[in-house]
Design a protein around this ligand. Structure first.
Ligand code: HEM
Length: 142
């Protein structure tokens, strides 16, 4: 992440707060209609969850530290522990996030940087194994 005084941060280069607000709004518009993801969100109103994700992403890319001021250290894997995040949930999350990233007008470089991060972060958040993969690891006793 660049935060030298003579260089813009990724946060600024990507378009600052309006760009991150648009990214997350597009993402949650997808989540709202998703049969896998929508039931995972504990609150009826997705607004507060969208706000948390927006603040987190802005902070991660070099914007204001409001997320940590409000929520403390991100500890995202621990915060996702109550939810079953398997390959299906991860791929649904990435599907909506990809559409959201594509709705921003980013240069190919910035788009690639943002997408690489989101993809790696989503794989990292998986906490529930794929039943088919687990079955494949078991010895065949038949
Ligand atoms: C891989 C699939 C993922 C699923 C199914 C998922 C699902 C969820 C759910 C159900 C919540 C609780 C909603 C709430 O905030 O009340 C949540 C919170 C959150 N997620 Fe995810 N998530 C995923 C990946 C990610 C990734 C990759 C990131 C970051 C790049 C992320 C960032 C966050 C943040 C910042 C919160 C709010 C944490 C807090 O302050 O409480 N999530 N997620």
């Amino acid at each position: 992440m660049t935060d030298r005084a003579d260089q813009p941060t990724y946060f600024e280069a990507m378009g600052g707060e309006p760009a991150f607000r648009k990214l997350v709004a597009e993402f949650y518009a997808g989540v709202a209609t998703d049969p896998v993801l929508r039931p995972m969100y504990p609150e009826e109103d997705l607004g507060p969850a969208a706000e948390r994700l927006t603040l987190f992403l802005m902070q991660y890319w070099g914007g204001p530290n409001t997320y940590s001021a409000q929520r403390g250290h991100p500890r995202l894997r621990i915060r996702h522990a109550p939810y079953e995040v398997g390959p299906v949930q991860r791929d649904a999350w990435l599907h909506h996030m990809r559409q959201a990233v594509d709705s921003l007008e980013l240069t190919p470089d910035l788009r690639g940087t943002l997408w690489d991060y989101l993809e790696r972060a989503a794989f990292f958040m998986v906490n529930t194994p794929d039943p088919a993969e687990e079955a494949a690891k078991r010895p065949n006793l038949a």
